[in-house]
Design a protein around this ligand. Structure first.
Ligand code: DGL
Length: 275
């Protein structure tokens, strides 16, 4: 890591706009850092693809970002973190690579008193079992119930985060999950899009269930990793620069992404990139 310097950017990639929920947490945690975010909108969704395909896409995105002088790479996409973290780490050896699953599992274990934890994510994330495994590694007695909730991705992008449709879909996925795991006290939102539906999810599960969103713990993990490597941006730096890249439809990325990032994104601020 000799060539890595504090002023280099933190690269963040996702299958599309969803990872902007993770970027939002990173910007809040590390305001002095420079960030380059890549949304692979041409290949979205990753959540329904086979592991082989997701690994291929993730490696291509990681390589494109690594060409831009990074000091750290964050895989904001839960599906890519679940399926391709080891392969990306094997390919990108010059900077730390951080996924969202381990910080999410850490937060879930810290939150749960009963040790009964539920996880929702995309088909690919749930099928691969990465959250279940990461939770049980930390807490071997944990009971983990998991379900795919793919419609939440479309609802978040369609701006149907609240109201009767969101409520019906939340009950559709969560009622059977929790009926089969009645002692659950913690629910992990294991997908970049799900924090957008947090209110509908909270209303469906009722009070008494802690909701864990891995974005904040991932931002903490990135800070810790940079601090340990001595490559945090110097304290007191003014706001860092943010570059946004998308592999397709920059205008749509800007329009939908603004809601996820909770800040205005001009279409001309999104650079088109081919992988
Ligand atoms: N970013 C993906 C994830 O967090 C959700 C969208 C997709 O399926 O690509 O798993």
């Amino acid at each position: 890591m000799a060539a890595v310097a504090p002023e280099h950017a933190i690269g963040v990639f996702d299958s599309g706009v969803g990872g902007l929920t993770v970027l939002k947490a990173l910007l809040r945690e590390l305001p002095g850092e420079n960030f380059i975010y890549l949304g692979d909108t041409a290949r979205l969704p990753y959540g329904t693809k086979s592991p082989t395909t997701v690994v291929r896409y993730a490696l291509a995105a990681a390589e494109a970002l690594m060409a831009l002088r990074l000091k750290c790479l964050v895989i904001a996409c839960n599906t890519a973190s679940a399926v391709a973290l080891a392969q990306v780490r094997a390919r990108v050896v010059s900077v730390p690579v951080i996924g969202v699953i381990e910080p999410g599992a850490e937060a879930a274990c810290a939150s749960s008193s009963s040790g009964h934890i539920a996880v929702i994510g995309t088909e690919g994330t749930i099928r691969g079992g990465a959250y279940q495994e990461a939770i049980r590694r930390r807490r071997p007695q944990a009971q983990v119930a998991a379900a795919a909730a793919p419609l939440f991705v479309a609802l978040a992008e369609e701006d149907l985060c609240e109201g009767p449709i969101a409520a019906a879909v939340a009950h559709h996925y969560l009622d059977p999950l929790l009926a089969g795991a009645p002692r659950t006290d913690t629910l992990v939102l294991g997908c970049t899009h799900f924090p957008m539906l947090r209110r509908a999810i909270e209303q469906a599960v009722g009070p008494g269930l802690a909701i864990v969103d891995s974005a904040q713990t991932t931002a903490g993990a990135v800070r810790c990793t940079l601090a340990q490597a001595g490559i945090l941006a110097p304290a007191g730096m003014p706001h860092g620069r943010l570059r946004l890249l998308a592999t397709d439809a920059p205008q749509r990325f800007a329009q939908i992404g603004a809601r996820f990032l909770e800040r205005r994104i001009a279409a001309e601020d999104v650079e088109a990139i081919d992988l």
